[in-house]
Design a protein around this ligand. Structure first.
Ligand code: PLP
Length: 383
């Protein structure tokens, strides 16, 4: 175990709580900035991964843009100091109220996902006497080989537009005084752990650009390739920072950007996952039939990924140093059989009151917490 946890603080604190190692977050941000500065790429942090105000402030201060998917996220981004022009807004179901908020704040871009959405954005922009900058989200039909709940770039998914409708939608933007076409948007999925799907995405984008050029469309100022870069959930101490260099280099080497074209990324998980851990206390150790359960005070309401995606977070007994290893199912207190963090986990013998860390929980953790069973939301220490 190499992450240094402030265990004495945890002992005094109410659990469950999210602990964010802000130094690791800063190192991750510095790494990304160093990596993209070689190529002049832009990164918008995908706020859906973690919208904790301390995290947002740190990321906005580092000069990143924000990728948002709701009016609430747009408002939180602005509160945290992100510049409106650096905010992009995606999502298949933007409401009129959310579109109006984006227009009034002057956000950088609406990533449009249907022909009807484009109509509505135009109509609202006309009423507001504003010009909406729009990118069209194309479904590239690429299999990201990740969990089927987090693959988004296949034809069967609800996201994005089929390429066949894109030329006429670009023409519509060109003819409208309320719409300004800025570029194309893609996103193929999340927790992608090999670069091959991204290489395929580059080839797909190259072909799309060639094809659009043949049709006389040369006004594409920006390409946004979404996010999805995965992290090492099995060994967060070995890979505390994702492999950003080869990831960005791949786009530099394979994507044929036209003169003056800007490349944008929307990374979420890879920015914040490893800096966060869910800290929980053991309430009971229960001897079952052929099973021993460590029942902890965190549940799927605090970290839903295991129940929702069959995800596994590394589990550590922070206060069990020196004890012999024993086997446990680590489970939460929620009245659902899926409320399990790990089966057959080998942990230093667990006692009531021990503090357990569920690692790599900085992304899609706290932000997805709910009050199911009328539980309190988890606390937080960010330092
Ligand atoms: N961009 C879009 C459009 C998304 O839907 C998502 C995640 O679902 C992201 C970016 C961020 O993905 P990740 O956290 O895997 O980087």
């Amino acid at each position: 175990m190499s992450m240094k946890f402030p265990i004495e603080r945890f002992r005094k604190a109410a659990t469950p709580l999210y602990y964010y190692d802000m130094e690791l977050l800063q190192q991750t941000l510095d790494k990304i900035k160093g990596s993209v500065s070689r190529y002049g790429f832009n990164v918008h942090y995908a706020m859906k991964a973690n919208a904790n105000p301390a995290i947002l402030r740190r990321i906005s201060k580092a000069g990143f843009g924000a990728d948002t998917v709701s009016g609430g996220e747009i408002a939180a981004a602005i509160n945290a100091g992100f510049k409106a022009e650096d905010i992009v807004f995606a999502g298949v179901g933007k409401t009129d109220g959310e579109i109006l908020l984006g227009l009034r704040e002057g956000i950088g871009c609406f990533n449009v996902e249907s022909a009807q959405e484009l109509e509505i954005i135009e109509q609202l922009a006309l009423e507001e006497r504003k010009v909406a900058r729009v990118a069209l989200r194309i479904n590239p039909n690429i299999d990201a080989h990740t969990h089927h709940y987090i693959t988004t770039g296949l034809e069967e998914n609800k996201f994005g537009l089929d390429i066949s409708v894109v030329p006429q939608m670009i023409q519509k933007c060109m003819q409208s005084k309320a719409l300004s076409f800025v570029g194309l948007h893609f996103h193929i999925g999340s927790q992608i752990t090999t670069l091959e799907p991204y290489r395929m995405l580059c080839e797909r984008i190259n072909a799309i650009q060639d094809d659009l050029e043949r049709q006389g469309i040369t006004s594409i100022k920006s390409i946004n390739v979404g996010g999805g870069l995965g992290v090492d959930y099995d060994d967060p101490d070995k890979h505390p920072i994702a492999d950003f260099d080869p990831y960005f280099a791949l786009f530099h080497n394979h994507l044929k950007l036209r003169d003056g074209q800007q490349l944008h990324f929307e990374l979420g998980r890879a920015v914040v996952a490893q800096c966060g851990s869910l800290i929980t206390r053991v309430i009971y150790v229960k001897e079952g039939i052929g099973k021993r359960f460590a029942i902890v005070d965190a549940g799927m309401t605090d970290l839903i990924r295991p129940a929702l995606y069959q995800a596994h977070h590394r589990i550590e007994n922070l206060t069990g140093a020196g004890r012999e290893l024993r086997q446990y199912d680590v489970v939460g207190p929620i009245c659902e059989s899926s409320d399990v963090f790990g089966h057959d986990e080998m942990l230093p013998e667990v006692h009531r009151g021990d503090l357990i860390a569920l690692r790599s929980a900085g992304a899609y953790g706290e932000v997805m917490a709910s009050r199911y069973n009328l539980r309190s939301l988890p606390g937080c220490i960010a330092e």
